[in-house]
Design a protein around this ligand. Structure first.
Ligand code: SF4
Length: 370
């Protein structure tokens, strides 16, 4: 089978991994295998080459197209083949970086070695110095993670679930604490120690709706991880049933659910909310229709807060005020108090959302009754 034919299959299998600023939609503009359109932090589109090294896998994740029990043609790209294929795209200006993941071909260590060899070839043999995101395999050795982090701008390990029992519903071959959480803590402790990429970051991903975990369990796990680590962000992949897998008849997860999980996760990660401040229904699920920040605010007894004196912790809990604008408010009011809401609008505050929750210089902005 030619490299291009292998790439078509392996890059297609990589679509379920969300990464960095990458959306999981394939590019509609460039019709070549493996090019995924990424959305940068400023909203611009960035093409990345995203692929698996192999679709062989020893694990039995019940939702996954590559799980060990499925019977189909397994194939693998060699490190040299993959490095050259990627450079073929990069040198033509078709992509700006590489996202490399893999199933487990023989064992975890040899799979990690193949991934490391690929990025090592790119860095050392071919002088490539742009973006690389490498997916760490559950159960990888500390030494291999360290070497991967010396070569990649970003690494990540998918925690997949929020609890051991939740992972056990998905797979019988991965140990949640040993293979995943322990590796996540190693990644965290090795972060910033790389002399090559001292600013490297790490992320993770969960699959949502494939097991019985509640939103509260998922967000509680993320709260614990954010408190203990520098994890940059979390991706929530909405479960979709795939033919010929054990979960083929399971209901798909709605993207409304993952969208609300993203909103709530931002409150925990960036706004430093505690999970107990968020509002869940009797089944520990977030509302699918209401914004978690507004729902939380309606249940807090701190409002309305005075813009000229409220602590930052309270300002960022006002709907319509973001972390950046809250800090700007604090810095500006030290020099001169705010007197009208147009000054807040200039900072990006969405005042028609914030009005019921604030006073400016003692003045209520609305007659909204709490
Ligand atoms: S480890 Fe699980 S999710 Fe990853 S490729 Fe193997 S079976 Fe699929």
């Amino acid at each position: 089978m030619s490299t291009l034919e292998k790439m078509k299959i392996l890059t297609d299998s990589a679509q379920y991994d969300l990464c960095d600023y990458v959306s999981h939609h394939k590019s509609s503009q460039i019709n070549l295998p493996g090019i995924y359109e990424a959305i940068g932090h400023n909203g611009c589109k960035i093409p990345l080459f995203k692929t698996l090294m192999t679709n062989k896998c020893k694990n039995d994740c019940k939702y996954c197209i590559n799980q060990s029990k499925r019977n189909f043609t397994r194939l693998e790209l060699s490190p040299e083949e993959l490095a050259r294929a990627f450079l073929g795209y990069y040198n033509r200006g078709l992509v700006n970086g590489l996202f490399l993941s893999s199933g487990i071909s023989d064992d975890v260590d040899s799979t990690m070695e193949k991934q490391i060899e690929t990025v090592s070839l790119l860095r050392k043999k071919y002088g490539y110095d742009d973006y690389i995101h490498l997916k760490v395999i559950p159960g990888a050795s500390r030494d291999s993670i360290k070497r991967a982090m010396a070569l990649a701008n970003r690494v990540s390990i998918n925690i997949e679930a929020a609890t051991s029992s939740g992972l056990a519903e998905l797979s019988s071959t991965k140990d949640y604490n040993k293979d995943i959480l322990k590796r996540l803590s190693w990644i965290n402790s090795l972060q910033h120690k790389s002399t090559t990429y001292p600013n490297s970051t790490h992320t993770t991903q969960l699959i949502i709706g494939a097991n019985n975990e509640t939103d509260k369990e998922i967000l509680s796990r993320m709260e614990k991880i954010y408190k203990k680590s520098d994890l940059k962000r979390t991706y929530f992949s909405a479960f979709t049933p795939i033919e010929e897998t054990e979960f083929k008849n399971k209901e798909a997860c709605s993207t409304d659910r993952t969208s609300k999980l993203y909103n709530a996760d931002t409150l925990i990660n960036s706004y430093k909310y505690n999970v107990k401040e968020l509002i869940f229904d009797e089944s520990d699920k977030l509302s699918l229709t209401q914004d978690p920040k507004i729902l939380a605010a309606k249940n807090m007894n701190i409002f309305p807060v005075e813009i000229n004196s409220a602590p930052i912790r309270e300002l960022i809990r006002v709907p319509g005020i973001g972390v950046k604008s809250a800090h700007e408010i604090v810095s500006i009011r030290k020099k001169k108090p705010f007197t009208h809401k147009e000054q807040l609008q200039e900072l990006g505050v969405i005042t028609n959302r914030a009005d019921p929750y604030i006073k400016i210089n003692g003045e209520y902005q609305t007659t909204f009754n709490f």
